[in-house]
Design a protein around this ligand. Structure first.
Ligand SMILES: Cc1ncc(COP(=O)(O)O)c(C=O)c1O
Length: 382
């Protein structure tokens, strides 16, 4: 018997209700039945993104929406400032450069969050910067960047927008688009939205829509204006990923039923319990002070290759987690708390991790991590 647990930071488990919704017979995307689904989805997405504006839907992975965010807001030669403290920060810079945007990098040590004052300084030094790009949660390091503080710096500048990658964040950790005055927020289906990969989203502020009107970079499929024009009529410009959108209607229903506040509290509870557990096992967090509740990155014990931990968890205990990337490869492993996960999943991965460490001869006392997690979850640690 082989029971699989998926605790990688994307893709994440999909609830049976969503799987069943996606298994329904195909409908036509110009038929009233699908228009009604899109209407419901539009409302659900506004709730999830906490915005009054339309949230655009594309049939692609998250990177497609990232590319669209660049090509729809900027023009050739525009200046951009990219917060780069991990793999996905690098991706913003790569997309900008691919389209001839003059991207300056604000480097951040991996495992640390950006200092908002450094960002303020960089913007004061170069007021011509048209867009600031950042991750809300940088998945490669488990870091939570101070997006709210950064938005407070960027939003008073009429000629600069803040573009936030919320792909490993939205629906897991607070990111109220309108309230924090975020200009562009992109997300993907395969994380906290409890769906398979294949849908990406973009929400834009009024200020960002003004940038869209002025933007001169080339675009075709990812044409935000064209997509919005169709969406307000419950249409898509092209054939949508119909089954995924039907699944999305179901997952958004579940998100509404649980409520955003309860969802954020659940993620905080599971991530908090996991952090206590790894510390009780004698391990250290890769982002000890700026951790996100969406994904936790843990330093492997000295002398133990993190890839070996990932492999034993997968092959022997049937838990899929993630290793480190690039400079963090072999040094860290990452466990997700996003989406359709509960206390039992979290306790199970902690138990499997404790067994793995024992098998590797790491001097851990079995049950220490579980005890710390259970105490945290039940409030018995106070
Ligand atoms: C923060 C972040 N940005 C961007 C991406 C890229 O998304 P995708 O692989 O869906 O294109 C990911 C995916 O893991 C991510 O975690």
């Amino acid at each position: 018997m082989k029971k699989e647990y998926l605790l990688a930071p994307g893709p994440t488990p999909v609830p049976p209700e969503v799987l069943l919704a996606m298994a329904k017979p195909m409908v036509h995307h110009r038929a009233p039945v699908f228009e009604a689904i899109l209407e419901e989805v539009r409302e659900g997405l506004k709730y999830l993104f906490q915005t009054r504006n339309e949230v655009l839907i594309f049939a692609c992975s998250g990177t497609g929406a990232m590319e669209g965010a660049v090509t729809n807001t900027l023009s050739p030669g525009d200046k951009a400032l990219v917060v780069e403290g991990g793999k996905f920060g690098e991706r913003w810079a790569q997309i900008c450069r691919a389209y001839g945007v003059n991207a300056r990098v604000l480097p951040v040590e991996w495992g640390k969050a950006v200092d908002p004052e450094l960002l303020r300084g960089a913007l004061e030094q170069d007021p011509a910067v048209r867009a600031v790009f950042i991750q809300a949660t940088e998945t490669s390091t488990g870091v939570l960047h101070p997006v709210r503080e950064i938005a407070a710096i960027v939003s008073p500048r009429p000629e600069t927008i803040l573009v936030v990658d919320g792909i490993s964040h939205l629906g897991a950790v607070e990111l109220p688009v309108d309230h924090w005055e975020l200009d562009v927020v992109v997300a993907g289906s395969q994380k906290a939205l409890m769906l398979p990969p294949g849908l990406a989203f973009a929400a834009l502020s009024e200020k960002a829509w003004r940038f869209v009107q002025e933007s001169k970079l080339p675009k075709f499929y990812f044409d935000f204006l064209k997509e919005r024009k169709n969406l307000v009529k419950n249409q898509n410009a092209y054939t949508p990923a119909i089954s995924l959108v039907v699944g999305l209607a179901q997952s958004l229903k579940m998100i509404r039923q649980e409520g955003l506040e309860s969802i954020f509290a659940r993620h905080a509870r599971l991530a908090g319990a996991f952090r206590q557990a790894v510390k009780a096992m004698g391990l250290e967090l890769y982002a000890p002070s700026a951790f996100s509740d969406a994904v936790t990155a843990v330093l492997s014990p000295p002398g133990v290759d993190a890839q070996v931990i990932v492999k034993i968890l997968r092959d022997k205990h049937h838990f899929t987690i993630a290793g480190g990337q690039d400079q963090a490869k072999g040094k860290i492993f990452r466990v997700s708390h996003m989406g359709f996960l509960d206390a039992s999943d979290t306790l199970a991965v902690i138990a499997a991790l404790e067994m793995t460490l024992l098998e590797l001869g790491h001097a851990a006392v079995p049950g220490r991590g579980l005890k710390a997690a259970m105490e945290f979850m039940t409030g018995h640690n106070k």
